[in-house]
Design a protein around this ligand. Sequence first.
Ligand code: DIR
Ligand code: MN
Ligand code: MN
Ligand code: MN
Length: 314
Amino acid sequence: HSVAVLGAPFSKGQKRRGVEHGPKAIRDAGLIERLSNLDYPVHDFGDLSFQHLEKDEPYMNVPFPRTVGRANKLLSGAVSNAVGAGHTTIMLGGDHSLAIGSVEGHARQCPDLCLIWVDAHADINTPLTSPSGNLHGQSVAFMLKELQNKMPELPGFSWMKPFLSAKDLVYIGLRDVDPGEYDILKDLGIQYFTMRDIDRLGIQRVMEVTFDHLLSRKQRPIHLSFDIDAMDPSLAPATGTPVNGGLTYREGIWITEEIHNTGLLSVMDLVEVNPALGASREAVASTASMAVDVIASSLGQTREGGPITQESQT
Ligand code: DIR
Ligand code: MN
Ligand code: MN
Ligand code: MN
């Protein structure tokens, strides 16, 4: 098979500037070269260009609904095309509101997909529960069928309808969950692992239970939505909403190695790298390098190396 890389330089799902430069930062950290060391051809499709909408009044406290809705419609088509062409697809954000279009486009090709959401945050506020209004904290609520009657009709989103069941979703890395989000997680019986759960069970057991929950009945495509703020801020400081006590380097890589080893990864989002927010050039470089490492590991880079192949000799 082959890999498609798709850049999504978009930031209107939150209020801090700079996250639209995430795709460039991740490419500059050597992504394409690292992926070319793996087994399959890599197609870099470059960056999408998103339209700026002049008139986009807030909906209640939600800023830029039409801009975010339209960007996600465009991204959805691009992801759907890439998956339809047979590529394992890597979407580089941009902010996490982009997962709406990425997962929706993936689901159009693969209606039986499951979703692994690696994040400090649950991103499952509705426009009615959101303390910030920001759409990057609401992405999952747009996807879930069970929340349909809790979601107001937002301008910009009439192109899509909810497509995912709560049982087809697992969270890993949570440590900053809003009260309205906590109630939704509990009401819908969503499987989630907070950092406390990882401390208690260990990351190996967490991944076992994750796959048990999602894959025990049948093998199906995995969508991995990886918010770089899941990692500890010492490893990924250049991000909009860092939260202390995150994943260690080895926990992050274990998650992605195990997902690779299922052979079922179909689409991965890597979002919320914001090169404008690093305290130094080193802080930005380490964040982007962390992003490259989790992507390469998701696509089969191992810590034990591998045998001599034709590619490794040339
Ligand atoms: C917060 C922060 N729960 C919100 N969410 C973030 O705005 O809804 N998600 N930062 O990544
Ligand atoms: Mn987050
Ligand atoms: Mn997120
Ligand atoms: Mn492999």
